[in-house]
Design a protein around this ligand. Sequence first.
Ligand code: BOM
Length: 141
Amino acid sequence: TQEVMSHVTAHFGKALEECREESGLSAEILEEFQHFWREDFEVVHRELGCAIICMSNKFSLLKDDSRMHHVNMHDYVKGFPNGEVLSARLVELIHNCEKQYDSLPDDCDRVVKVAACFKVDSKAAGIAPEVAMIEAVMEQY
Ligand code: BOM
């Protein structure tokens, strides 16, 4: 399922360049989206939250309130090779993180917190991909 997560990340990450300008996320903070999973990359910048919102909106993964659209996210993940082994778990992990930060009013600040929580919990669950695994599937998208 690390394998599935590497496919999802490779595909999702393609939207980053389209979202750089409007999110204000500089290459100094995050050069390539797959580095999100690096051990030494800290998921802390508000601009990253804005970029994740913009990227997610390219695939209709959020509702109008910038919270996850459960059905669309499930279907998105299911669409990758072996996706059905990850889709329900990924939706559950993200939703559990959303609940912890629901009171933060700023969408970008909240989403970067949710993303950091998702990274920690995915590692704990053993489904966080290695950067090399993502790079190996990048050319497919
Ligand atoms: O409430 C906000 C919901 C947004 C959740 C998105 C979290 C994703 C963090 C970035 C990591 C992405 C890796 C793979 C793609 C998952 C969609």
